[in-house]
Design a protein around this ligand. Structure first.
Ligand code: KG4
Ligand code: ZN
Length: 332
């Protein structure tokens, strides 16, 4: 089956064509640049950008896949969670296309889309496994018992990991989006320069990053008020190390307590160099296997939405034209 995927939940306008949930024929992602000067996503601007770029992005995806619209057999579109205005653009477009072509469409939960990035990358990976989703909006741990069968083990109580990266980068004035900026500069820094607090929340698999963010802010503000300089690369690396320590430690704890030998790490933050490095090292020590999608499938994309759509459409699932955008949709 040829599935056209559409993803507009935040500031990426994306479309992809995937065959049988496995073979990516095209995967086009337009990352909106208008937000750069604000240091964060401006929801109203994001919606307007999606309106301008969605049709060209879909056309490009079809062209790259060398597939005409009449060969598409199903449409998968993110219906939540995300920014309501952004979600509505993709959803309305998918509905109109589905209706006019007379083909089915399904609404995809964005988090389940991220999980399907790992099935795209590692088609032979069999559940059960632990899946850590770390992105700009989410930090959640799931036990994946099967495709479509998930158990939530923990989630962030405040900031998501990616959000903490973005906010700390803004504080340090090193660019937007913050995650890649911190990743890059930290490679020249000392992760042991300053020990920022790690919130392990004893007995729970939840996360909390706001205390860490505040600790970095207090450090930076104190230095600035004293008019003394501080090494940005070292502070970035020390902050990053604290995030990575907690993410790795909790994922391993989840795998051990659930008795599974495999961990997948997905979402934008899964691109992070240090996170990948430490995960590999610790997993080896604990005799666990760790899986990542390739970088392009970590950050928001529509190939993962198509793959998930293929799974749901193949099970006979269909969405009605009354499907609404759900900004706070939960996976389970
Ligand atoms: O999955 P994603 O594209 O969007 C959401 O679903 O939120 O994730 C975006 C997040 C941003 O917060 C961005 O700063 C972060 O992923 N990110 C990174 C890296 N690349 C992207 N964080 C740390 N290191 C990176 N290399
Ligand atoms: Zn995402």
């Amino acid at each position: 089956m040829l599935v056209l995927g559409i993803e507009t939940s935040c500031d990426e306008t994306a479309a992809a064509v995937v065959r049988d949930g496995k073979k990516i024929l095209s995967d086009v992602v337009y990352s909106q640049l208008v937000h750069q000067k604000y240091g964060g996503v401006v929801p109203e601007l994001a919606s307007r950008e999606h309106i301008k770029t969605l049709i060209p992005v879909v056309q490009e995806a079809l062209k790259k896949a060398r597939v005409s619209l009449d060969r598409i057999q199903g449409i998968a579109v993110t219906y939540g969670p995300g920014l309501v205005g952004s979600l509505l653009i993709g959803l309305s477009f998918a509905k109109a296309l589905s209706y006019s072509l007379g083909i089915p469409f399904v609404g995809i939960n964005h988090l389940e889309g991220h999980i399907f990035a790992i099935f795209l990358e590692h088609p032979r990976l069999k559940p059960p496994f632990i899946c850590l989703i770390v992105s700009g909006g989410h930090s959640e741990l799931f036990l994946v018992r099967g495709k479509g069968d998930y158990l939530n083990l923990g989630k962030t109580r405040d900031d998501a990991a990616g959000e903490a990266f973005d906010k700390v980068a803004k504080l340090l004035d090193i660019g937007y989006p913050g995650g890649p900026a911190i990743d890059k500069i930290s490679q020249k820094g000392d992760p042991l320069f300053f020990r920022f607090p790690r919130a392990f929340l004893k007995g729970s698999l939840d996360f909390s990053f706001s205390g860490l963010k505040t600790a970095v802010a207090l450090y930076v503000l104190k230095k600035r008020s004293e008019k003394s300089s501080f090494p940005t690369a070292d502070i970035s690396a020390s902050f990053q190390e604290a995030v990575v320590d907690v993410l790795v430690e909790k994922s391993i704890r989840a795998a051990v307590s659930e008795g599974v030998g495999k961990i997948a790490c997905v979402g934008g933050v899964a691109r992070n160099f240090r996170l990948r490095e430490k995960f590999k090292k610790k997993a080896r020590e604990e005799n666990l296997k760790i899986y990542f999608p390739s970088p392009i499938l970590c950050t928001d994309n529509a190939a993962m939405i198509s793959a998930c759509g293929d799974f749901r459409l193949s099970r006979g699932e269909r969405a009605g034209l009354d499907l609404n955008a759900v900004p706070y949709a939960e996976l389970v």
